[in-house]
Design a binder for this molecule. Structure first.
Ligand code: TYM
Length: 435
């Protein structure tokens, strides 16, 4: 029987094998929200004794996702998936910052005497993909491809849950509830909507593209996620999710009527949602730029295939794309010269695929090189880094039964949490909910 990451197909992957790390003391507000998550996760009610402050071990939830549109590219991999793997394996993000630019290395120094059990959820966000037209014949295939790539890149289903967004219907339902609490003008400010609708014309884009950030907030809030590792381009979406939390908790989770509704439903009376923190990776991965224009982001929606390296590109394609990628006519290769965005981008990529090497070491090696000398070096480093991922991908993809089992178990674990949050949300809003 085919086995993968030491796991037999016939075995369940349900239980978390979490990394226990030290817990960062949170500000009072978000700490009390986490208590809520913990209380409902433990099935506690208002009348049960909830004294998590005294506990030595706390749960911290991590959630992130990638859209399964087309092929995942180097930006998705370096900006997101590679970071998830690092976090899953070490409990740390070596170079991530929060929305205020504070490093997690710094934030996590303040250990306190509490330990943390990380619960990681990684989602393939197929319902986000349909905010722009998708070929129905391709959507399922690219969803499975993305999930297989998560595993191939190192997401281990015994340590992290992998699931498909549309398999947990609570996402759509919470998104609707949150749509009704989110002011229009908050969404009108969203840069991604402005950009995409300008390109396509508002008469041809769906309403889903407009409310997409609310669906993303629902993805995060359903799981009471404490931390959300993403690339720099998701900053505004994370800010919005935090604003929605504050608005909802303020509007619906205060006062005696709220407490009464909670008690009647057997729920604790904490505000419903946890305020998520963004983890934005720095040092090269936060913004991987296009190969044809060092000033724009590498993106799936760029019609020029040569603008991106896909994680599954064969070696010859990678060589060719790097050979043809945009450079400049200045001598040498250097970092952080605003006049030379392509040079910075290519060096960032070169460094990111050689995580064992320091910036100084890399610069020493390449600084005097001509592009013709540096480009083959970069191409071979990329190929060497991606080759084992591509090999594992082929194995995972060939075992459909295993992949479906991972996704089924991921969805079951996700649904259990999502349903509790959705119920609490409905109680807060005054819906009649079954006991
Ligand atoms: P998506 O699918 O566009 O991208 C997935 C992840 O990849 C990162 N990324 C990049 N990082 C660096 N350089 C780039 N050129 C680059 N391109 C993409 C993104 O920052 C992201 O982390 N809305 C999200 C998906 C989403 C989500 C969520 C994420 C939906 N729900 C909940 C986190 C939590 C998106 O479209 O990402």
């Amino acid at each position: 029987m085919f086995t993968l990451t030491g796991l037999s197909c016939s075995r369940s992957v349900t239980s978390f094998a979490p990394i226990v790390t030290s817990f960062t003391k949170q500000p009072r507000a978000s700490r009390s929200f986490s208590l809520y998550a913990e209380a409902i996760a433990n099935g506690e009610t208002e009348s049960s004794t909830v004294t998590p402050q005294k506990k030595k071990v706390r749960t911290r939830r991590i959630l992130s996702g990638v859209q399964p549109t087309g092929n995942l590219h180097l930006g998705n991999y370096l900006g997101a998936i590679k970071q998830w793997v690092e976090f899953q394996n070490t409990g740390k993000f070596s170079s991530a910052q929060d929305l205020d630019g504070k490093s997690y290395e710094e934030k996590d120094k303040d250990d306190g005497d509490v330990e943390v059990v990380n619960e990681n959820f990684f989602c393939v966000v197929d319902m986000h993909a349909i905010t722009v037209p998708q070929d129905p014949d391709e959507l399922e295939e690219s969803t499975l491809t993305s999930a297989a790539l998560y595993i191939a890149a190192g997401i281990d289903p015994t340590k992290s849950k992998i699931f498909v967004q549309s398999h947990v219907s609570c996402h759509a339902e919470l998104a609707w509830l949150l749509n009704c609490v989110t002011p229009m003008n908050w969404l009108e400010r969203m840069i991604q909507f402005k950009d995409k609708s300008k390109k396509a014309g508002t008469e041809s884009v769906g309403v889903g593209l407009f409310t997409y950030p609310v669906l993303m907030a629902a993805d995060i809030l359903l799981y009471q996620a404490d931390r959300v590792p993403v690339g720099e381009d998701q900053r505004q979406h994370l800010e919005l999710a935090r604003d929605i939390v504050r608005r909802f908790n303020d509007q619906y989770c205060k006062g005696n009527p709220y407490k009464k509704r909670c008690k009647k439903a057997g729920l604790p009376t904490y505000p419903v949602f946890t305020e998520p923190e963004a983890m934005i990776v720095k040092a090269g991965g936060a913004r991987v730029m296009s190969l044809t224009d060092g000033k724009s982001k590498m993106s799936k929606s760029d019609p020029a295939e040569a603008s991106r390296i896909n994680v599954l590109d064969p070696p010859d394609v990678i060589r060719d794309k790097i050979k043809r990628c945009k450079t400049d006519s200045l001598p040498g290769v250097e970092w952080d010269n605003p006049e030379r965005p392509e040079s910075t981008n290519l060096l960032n990529i070169y460094a990111a695929v050689q995580p064992g090497r320091s910036r100084e070491d890399i610069l020493e090696e390449v600084k005097d090189m001509a592009w013709g000398e540096f480009k083959p070096l970069l191409a071979e480093a990329l190929i060497a880094h991606l080759e084992p991922i591509q090999k594992r991908y082929a194995e995972v993809r060939a075992d459909g039964e295993y992949l479906r089992m991972v996704l089924r178990e991921g969805a079951e674990a996700a649904e259990e949490i999502a349903e509790r949050t959705l119920r609490a949300t409905k109680v807060a809003m005054g819906f009649s909910v079954p006991k």
